[in-house]
Design a protein around this ligand. Structure first.
Ligand SMILES: C[S@@+](CC[C@H](N)C(=O)[O-])C[C@H]1O[C@@H](n2cnc3c(N)ncnc32)[C@H](O)[C@@H]1O
Length: 340
């Protein structure tokens, strides 16, 4: 929408701006426009401006951006004792914000949601995150502000993933890990992404473009439909085969590959004896497990034992992906199979 402005030569800009401001004629809600060697100063609508100050014009001015609070907690009206319990962090997935609401603040959840909706640029919906449950690790989410579906598109590592936060597992906290594995894939490698969810590993590897083939498998058909939708959008359907199947059905007939990802952090270990057969000579397994910090060495040994003694295995790396609870981390274990 256009508004009244005063067009003045640049060299008179400061003098006229001050005169307009002192007489209450400058509209400070709008940015000054720059036009070659002129400036256009925004005017309050009804003000009478002396004609010798400049030329009266109409322009589409941009609003002045006022610095907002640096922390969403400043926007939640709560007594100090309760404010201390507000979580410091939250997750953003596409245009959806997820926050863990402490039990003690359940009655203030709408106020927390409203604050996050106002604080996060582009947020459409805010959900209370009640954790992931069941074999398909679906997230229990409750709308606490905003509107619309749990389906969104999330951008990570330069690609947009189709995500439905209520129907298929996704966490934005693994973005660096998805990228890290993709950058390790060598030209011509064939990859299995087991328990792929909506396919952030498979999509990052496909986008990188060096793999010869990727097969992504998940028991949740909704996750596979979301991955298929992302693959069609990027025309990567010839790079990734998306398979809706349980590992129990998929693993027995599968052929060995150069890279295998298995991200099933609570119970993946039970599949390791069968997954071991899928890792080719000098191939690598990227295995993820929730690991109590005090038991790191014991868990590492349990992984080696589960892989079995038919081949020689070497742990080439283990690192923390992110803290999981006060006493445990989500850990990445990278294990290599020997040549023969
Ligand atoms: C923690 S999520 C990992 C998702 C994905 N890899 C990622 O990084 O976002 C685990 C996934 O394993 C799948 N899953 C669980 N048990 C399975 C099984 N027996 N066979 C195949 N997939 C399974 C779930 O449906 C879920 O999508």
């Amino acid at each position: 929408m256009t508004r009244p402005g005063l067009r003045v030569p640049r060299q008179r800009g400061e003098e006229v701006r001050r005169a307009l401001r002192e007489s209450g004629l400058l509209d400070t809600a709008w940015e000054i426009c720059r036009e070659a060697d002129h400036l256009v100063l925004p005017l309050v609508p009804e003000g009478a401006v002396p004609s010798d100050l400049g030329e009266r014009v109409e322009r589409d001015f941009a609003p002045v951006r006022r610095p907002g609070p640096s922390d969403y907690r400043e926007l939640v009206a709560l007594p100090t004792a309760e404010r201390m319990l507000l979580p410091r962090s939250f997750d953003v997935v596409g245009d959806i914000v997820l926050v863990r609401v402490p039990e003690e603040l359940e009655s203030s959840k709408e106020a927390i949601g409203a604050a996050l909706l106002a604080f996060v640029p582009g947020a459409r919906l805010v959900g209370a995150d009640r954790g992931v449950h069941g074999p398909e690790r679906r997230r229990e989410v409750e709308r606490i502000a905003g509107s619309g579906p749990w389906k969104t598109r999330h951008r990570e590592n330069g690609i947009e993933l189709d995500v439905d936060l209520a129907l298929a597992y996704f966490s934005p906290r693994l973005a660096r890990e998805h990228e890290r594995v993709a950058t390790e894939v060598a030209r011509g490698d064939r990859v299995y992404d087991l328990c792929c969810g909506v396919g952030p590993f498979a999509m990052a590897i496909a986008h990188d473009g060096r793999a010869r083939a990727v097969t992504a498998v998940d028991a949740n058909p909704v996750a596979i439909e979301l991955l298929s939708s992302s693959l069609r959008r990027y025309r990567y359907t010839d790079r990734v085969l998306a398979v809706a199947a349980r590992l129990e059905a998929f693993l027995p007939a599968a052929e060995p590959r150069e890279r295998v990802v298995l991200n099933l952090p609570h119970e993946g270990i039970k599949y390791l004896p069968s997954v071991a057969r899928l890792v080719g000579p000098r191939g690598r397994l990227y295995y993820y497990a929730v690991t109590p910090r005090a038991e790191l060495d014991g868990r590492t040994q349990a992984i080696m034992d589960a892989l079995g003694s038919e081949a020689t295995w070497t742990i080439v790396e283990r690192h923390v992906v992110h803290p999981y609870s006060p006493l445990s981390d989500l850990m990445a274990f990278v294990v290599e199979r020997a040549e023969r």
